[in-house]
Design a protein around this ligand. Structure first.
Ligand SMILES: [Zn+2]
Length: 79
């Protein structure tokens, strides 16, 4: 997963959780809900980016980058 995307998702989640403590219907509560939705969307986007950017090593079954020519877990050649 892209680290910056994950950091952004965590930040939105934290701010969203703080804001959502505000009274229901208030502006802060609306923003909190929106940020929580944004955090969920970012997390899913990050997971998809990670999944599509990697493949399974045929030797050890760990996930490695799609462009890798050598597994970083077991050292098997992926060419
Ligand atoms: Zn491997």
């Amino acid at each position: 997963m892209h680290k910056w995307l994950f950091g952004l998702a965590v930040a939105a989640l934290v701010i969203g959780l703080v804001d959502i403590q505000a009274p229901v219907g208030s502006r802060a509560a609306m923003e909190g809900g929106f940020l929580l939705l944004a955090a969920a969307a970012l997390t899913v986007a990050g997971a998809v980016a990670w999944w599509t950017g990697t493949r399974r090593c045929p030797s050890c079954a760990e996930r490695v980058k799609r462009a890798a020519t050598k597994c970083r877990h077991c050292g098997a050649s992926l060419v």
